[in-house]
Design a protein around this ligand. Structure first.
Ligand code: MEV
Length: 439
C-alpha cells in the first residue's frame, strides 16, 4: 500500500508527477511520456490551464465538434459541442437540418430569476423572528451595497429576501430565501457573497434591535449558499410543422411517425425508468454546449433533474402534441447560464465557441442550449421509433472499434466503406478486420 503524503499541493508539478510515477507505475518512462505528450507546447497556454485547478499534472482532452445549420428564431447558428460520445454531434446536425427545412426552432426565455438561501436554526417564537426579520430586511440589503453596486448599475441585483419557516420539514429550521437577477453572469460568486453578507448582518444586527431579542441571540446560521434549483430561470424551445411535412428519407408514413413519436414522449412522461434515459439523451446535447461555453454542467444537470421531478415524480423534460394536422414538440427547462465571469473570458476555446455563437447574452445562450437539448431528443426519438438506435450509433462508433484494434488508415477506409451497407457490431468489425489482415 502506498504511504500517505502531506503537503502534496506545495510540490512542483514535476515533483507531483514523479511521486505519482513512483507510487503507481512500473514503466515510469512510458507513463511520463503519456502525461507530457498531453501538455501544450505553448507554455503560457499550459500555465493558464494548470492554474484552473489545483494539483494539475496534464490536460484531459474532449473532442470539440460543431453542429451546423441550426435555425433559431430566424438566425442561423453553428453550435459547438464538447463531448466524447460518438453519435451526439451527428444526431444534432441531422436534427438541425431536418428542422431547417421546416421553419427552424422557436425559443423564448420565460424567466431569469436565481435563488440563494441562508439556512439557520432558531428556537424561539416564530412571531419574534418575523418581527426581527421585517426590521432587519432593509439593513440586509443596504449592507450588501458594495457587492451589489456594479450589478445594480447594469440593471440586476437582489430582487427580494423572504423569511421562510421550514420547521414542519425540520425542527427549528428557517431560511432567508433570496432571489436575484444576475444578467449575463451565472452569478454564483455574486449570490454567495451577498448571502454571506446577509448572514453576518442578520446575526450582528440583533445587538442593535430594540424588540424581544433573548431568543434571537441564540440563532445559529448553518450555511449560506446559492441554490442550483432554479425553477424561475426558464427557457422554452419548440419545433412544429404540419404532420404530412414530417415526411422525409427515413419517415415514409408521417401520420404513423407522429403518433409513435408522441407515444414515446408520453411513455417518458409517465414512467421513471424511461424518463431518465429520455432526459439523459437531452442532456447529451445540453451538457456538450454547456461545457463548450465554459459553464458549470454539474449545476445544470442538478437543476434540470430536480425540475424534471417538480410535479412529484420524475418525468420527461420534453412534450409533444398533435393538434389536428399540427405536430408540435417542445422543451421547457431551467438553465442558469453565464456568458461573462467564470471561465467564459479565460479559456481560449470557450472564447472561440462564444464568438462562433455570435457572442451571446446569457438569455441567448439559454435559448441555444435548450435547442441543443430538444434537437438531441428529437434525433434519439426519431431513431428509436423508426430504425432503432443501434444502426446510427454503431456506425458512429465504428472508428472507435477500429482505433481500439490499431487499424491503419487504409484498413479504416476499406472497412468504413464496407459498413456503409452492412450492419456494424463489435464482433463483425473484428471479423472483417481479421479477414482483411489475413487476405
Ligand atoms: C444515448 O446516449 C442516449 C439515448 O439513450 C437517449 C434515449 O434513449 O432517448 C439514445
Amino acid at each position: 500500500m502506498e504511504s500517505p503524503i502531506s503537503g502534496f499541493s506545495k510540490l512542483t508539478k514535476t515533483e507531483k508527477i514523479n511521486w505519482i510515477l513512483d507510487q503507481y507505475f512500473t514503466d515510469q518512462k512510458e507513463a511520463k511520456e503519456l502525461i507530457t505528450n498531453y501538455w501544450n507546447t505553448d507554455k503560457k497556454l499550459q500555465k493558464l490551464h494548470d492554474e484552473f485547478i489545483e494539483n494539475t499534472i496534464t490536460n484531459f482532452y474532449l473532442p470539440l465538434g460543431v453542429a451546423p445549420n441550426f435555425l433559431i428564431n430566424d438566425r442561423m447558428y453553428t453550435i459547438p459541442m464538447a463531448i466524447e460520445e460518438s453519435s451526439v454531434v451527428a444526431a444534432a446536425s441531422k436534427s438541425a437540418k431536418f428542422w431547417l427545412e421546416r421553419g427552424g426552432f422557436k425559443t423564448t426565455v420565460v424567466s431569469t430569476e436565481k435563488i440563494g438561501q441562508v439556512h439557520f436554526v432558531f428556537q424561539g417564537e416564530t412571531q419574534e423572528l418575523k418581527d426581527y426579520f421585517n426590521w432587519v430586511k432593509p439593513r440586509l440589503i443596504s449592507d450588501s451595497a458594495s457587492i451589489t453596486k456594479n450589478m445594480e448599475a447594469r440593471g440586476g441585483g437582489i430582487l427580494d429576501i423572504e423569511l421562510r419557516d421550514k420547521t414542519v420539514e425540520l425542527e427549528n429550521y428557517y431560511q432567508l430565501h433570496a432571489t436575484f437577477e444576475t444578467l449575463d453572469a451565472m452569478g454564483a460568486n455574486f449570490i454567495n457573497s451577498c448571502l454571506e453578507q446577509f448572514a453576518t448582518t442578520f446575526k450582528d444586527e440583533v445587538a442593535n434591535y430594540n424588540g424581544e431579542k433573548s431568543s434571537l441571540e441564540g440563532m445559529d446560521v448553518v450555511m449560506s449558499i446559492l441554490s442550483n434549483y432554479v425553477p424561475n430561470c426558464i427557457v422554452k424551445a419548440e419545433v412544429s410543422c404540419p404532420v404530412n411535412e414530417l415526411q422525409s428519407k427515413d419517415i415514409k408514413d408521417p401520420q404513423l411517425f407522429a403518433k409513435n413519436f408522441k407515444r414515446a414522449v408520453d411513455i417518458a412522461k409517465s414512467e421513471t425508468f424511461r424518463a431518465v434515459t429520455h432526459n439523459k439523451g437531452i442532456m447529451n446535447g445540453i451538457d456538450a454546449v454547456v461545457i463548450a461555453t465554459g459553464n458549470d454542467f454539474r449545476a445544470i444537470e442538478a437543476g434540470v433533474h430536480a425540475y424534471a421531478s417538480k410535479d412529484g415524480s420524475y418525468s420527461s423534460l420534453t412534450h409533444c402534441s398533435i393538434d389536428g394536422n399540427t405536430f408540435k414538440f417542445w422543451i421547457e427547462i431551467p438553465l442558469a447560464l453565464g456568458t461573462v465571469g467564470g471561465l467564459t473570458k479565460l479559456h481560449p476555446l470557450v472564447k472561440f465557441c462564444m464568438h462562433m455563437l455570435k457572442d451571446p447574452s446569457a438569455k441567448d445562450l439559454m435559448q441555444i442550449v435548450a435547442v441543443a437539448g430538444l434537437a438531441q431528443n428529437f434525433a434519439a426519438l426519431k431513431s428509436l421509433t423508426t430504425t432503432g438506435i443501434q444502426q446510427g450509433h454503431m456506425k458512429m462508433h465504428l472508428l472507435n472499434i477500429l482505433n481500439q484494434f490499431e487499424a491503419t488508415e487504409d484498413e479504416k477506409r476499406t472497412l468504413v466503406d464496407y459498413f456503409k451497407s452492412n450492419v456494424v457490431s463489435h464482433s463483425e468489425v473484428v471479423t472483417q478486420l481479421n479477414i482483411l489482415r489475413n487476405a
